[in-house]
Structure formats: structure tokens, C-alpha cells
Design a protein around this ligand. Sequence first.
Ligand code: NAP
Length: 470
Amino acid sequence: MKMLIGENWVEKDDRIEVRNPYNDELVDTVPAGDEDDVKAAFQAAEEGFKINRGLPVHQRISILYKTAEIISNNQEEFARIIASEGSKTIREARKEASRCIDTITISAEEARRVVGETIPFDSREGSENRLGYYYRFPIGIIVAITPFNDPLNLVAHKVGPAIAGGNAVVLKPATVTPLSALKLGEAFIKAGLPWNILNIVTGRASRIADALVTDPRGRMISFTGGTEAGLDIVKKAGLKKIGMELGSNSPVIVMDDADLDQAVELSVSGAFWAVGQNCIGVQRIYIHEAVYGEFEKQFVERTKKMKVGFQLDEDTDMGPMITEQEAARVEKWVGEASQEGAELLTGGKRKGTLFEPTVFKNMPESSKLNCEEVFGPVVNLYKVSTLEEAIEKANSVDYGLHGAVFTRSLDNAFKAIKELDVGGVMVNDSTDYRIDMMPFGGVKWSGLGREGIKFALLEMTEPKVVCFNL
Ligand code: NAP
């Protein structure tokens, strides 16, 4: 595929191969963009910003609805691209494609709700004759940098609201999964989005990240990815708005009054969805001692039933990890944890990019698998005596994106809601539950700001005050 800069789909001799992580088959190639391509994209986006801020909102709405319709009419093709270039099974990829339709549709709906309010200037003595209001205006060029694990919908979460709000975009998708983003770009252009508003530069961060992050024409960096890259961006960005959607190692609490079947089923799914390469994936489960034994038995039995294999087979439950390097990293962490005293209940082995769904107990608090984000198919079970102990341990890490509690008690639920240090609490659900209109984001090292269209639109627009001296 080609990258999108200004009014052109751009080719280059230097190309990046996109390979299926299961069998290393070549799926496609994309241009390896460089600093000059980034400069050209900013130049085009300056023009694109002038165009989009001048478009009446009803036209932006029509383009967004039309884009959603195009994705909807080609949903299976989008799903197959997601599953071929990345880790997701075809069933997981279909869900992502359908969520992307939601994300773009909600962007169309929210475009008409970018509103201001009147200001009671006469609330101050001496301002009796003043009358006015504020409205929200677009901030300019949004630099969007996205990860591999939801290669379509996480791009939509930036591009949808940016366009709805009247901005222009310079987008850099993950190098291993650029195809879904380019396909989304094609849908926007087919839907009638004027050229220049959306620019997509494919290329390795090592070559183009600095040019993207430091260019003063970018007014906001909207980043989704790992904490390390996030910190690097913050250091270099200069005077710009920053949106950071980073990682986590999400905690689930299972109380003695929980529906255990439900807690097991949803937690297994939450731990191994997308091979655990999920920012809100379940990594740490704190189980009340009264039900610990039964939970562990059921959880391990259910995990052993997961079918690991080729992600495009309809009956595969868990596909490959994104690269062999990533699978080898998880293998290393698993080996270290075992040496540090953690007890392996099932899994732990790797074959190429395939990693068995893995369950540990007695994970030491100092082990990486407890305190860092594993971003792989590994989950830890811990026995706790009280809800207080579970909450304290859940909060004992540097991350805080989502947390969950399984209980039938309102008191337990409300205590967890109040005391878990996270951006969202799921009651009787997995931490990885999300719909695309809700505010989404974390505390501590899990990020800054919120996505979810309405909330991203607030970040991507600014209030302008208007005052008449009558
Ligand atoms: P990553 O390595 O941080 O890469 C994410 C994106 O940033 C890629 O496009 C990457 O480009 C680029 N990048 C890498 N280093 C950079 C730097 N120094 N400056 C600017 N850009 C840089 O993350 P990933 O492995 O793709 O994704 C996994 C991470 O994303 C996990 O930590 C996960 O929790 C997080 N995530 C968070 C959310 C959320 O909403 N909170 C959602 C999904 C994923 P290259 O591909 O060229 O390296």
C-alpha cells in the first residue's frame, strides 16, 4: 500500500515489509517514510487545517457517516487485514472492525455537540453592558501516533474526533501494523474527505518520531502506546497539548460472594484477548480465600481449553504474539518469575510467536510479572483475606487504567469504586470491557487525559471567548 501525504498516495523505493506474525508470510509492503515525508505531511496538514475548519459541521458529519458506511460495507475485508497483519483472531478482528464503525459514527454524532455557553458578564460590577459567550474552535494539526494491538479502532479514536472538531491530522501508525490505518485513510478519501486534512506517514519511529514530535506545527500529540515511548515524547514535545494513552497491568478482585462462573469466564477472556496484548487486559486477580481454591481450579481448567494457533482459523481462540522478539521477552519474564518463586499452574511455553496461555500463583510482589505490564498471555492469581487487602495490593503498582470487582454486595462494589486508583472500575465484568463513547484513560503511569469521542473532542478543541461591549 502507499502512504497518504497531501493530495497523493505516495510510493517510495525504500519499503517496509508487513508480515503475518503466525507464519511470517508477506502480507504487503508500505513505504518507509523519512523526515522529509514528515515535513511534507505537516505542510499539507497546514493546508488541510484551513480547509477543515472552514467546512460547515454538517459536511464533516456527512463525511464521517459516509466513512462509517464504507467500513460497514467492507467489514470482513477490514477484519481480515487486522487479523493478517497483527495478532488478533479473525473473530476478535471482526469485533474491532464493528467497533471502528461505532467510533466513526459517534464522531459524526458528537460533531454537532461541540458547543459553548453564554457568559454572565454582568456578574461583575462594572460589566453590566457586556454580553457574550464562548464557543470551541479546533486547535490545528493533531499528531497521532498509534500502537499495533488495535491497529484500526485506536486510529479511528484519534482521526474521528480530530476531523469532527475541524482539525487536520498527521498520523503515524505502528510499523508492524500500518495496513488497517491506510485502509481507513482510503475509506475517508472515498467518503469525500478533502485531501490534505488526513496525512498518514508510514515509517519506523527510530527514523521519524523526532520529526513528528518536535515540529512546532503540531499543536497536540495524541499518543497511544507504551510508557517508555510516552515519556520520550513528553521530554521532546515542547509547547503542545499532550494526550497519553499508556499501558497497565490491570487488577481484578473476586470476592467470596461473587458469581464464580461469571468471574472465571470473563477473567479468562480478559486475560487472553488479543494474546494478552491489550492495555486493559487482566493481569492480576485477587481472590478471596473462601473461594480461592474453587476459582483456581475452574480458571486453570478453562484456560487449558483455549485453542492457540493460526489467527485466521475460525475456531482459534488465541493467535500469535506480534513478533518473536516480544514472545521471547515474555518467555524470559516467565522464566525469571519461576526462579523468583512463582508457581506455574499452566502454560509457560513458547513456540516461535505462539505462547501458551499462562497462569501463575504466588507471584512475588517484586517480580516484573507483578509490577510491570506483561502485554502477553500471562495472568497471576493471588489469595487475599479481605477486600481492604485486595484494594491495597491492586493499587500497589505504578499503573492505573481499569480495575474490576466481582461481588454481589453493593458495599463491596462501592468501596472498590471509591478506592481503586484507576480511570475506570468494572463491576461484575472484566477490566477489558469498553465501549467507544465512554471516557477512557488512566491515572499514574497509565496516561494523561481521556479518549472516548466526546472527551477527545474536548482535548482537540479550545474555548474562544467573545464579549460585546454594548
Ligand atoms: P510502542 O512501542 O510504544 O509503540 C506505539 C507507537 O509509538 C508506534 O507507532 C511506535 O512506532 C511509536 N513509537 C515508539 N517509540 C517512539 C518514540 N520514542 N517516540 C514516538 N513514537 C514512538 O507500543 P506498542 O508495542 O505498539 O503497543 C503496546 C503498548 O501500547 C502497551 O504498553 C499498551 O498498553 C499500550 N496501549 C495503550 C492503550 C490505551 O488506550 N491506554 C491502548 C492500546 C495499547 P514503531 O512501530 O515504528 O516503533
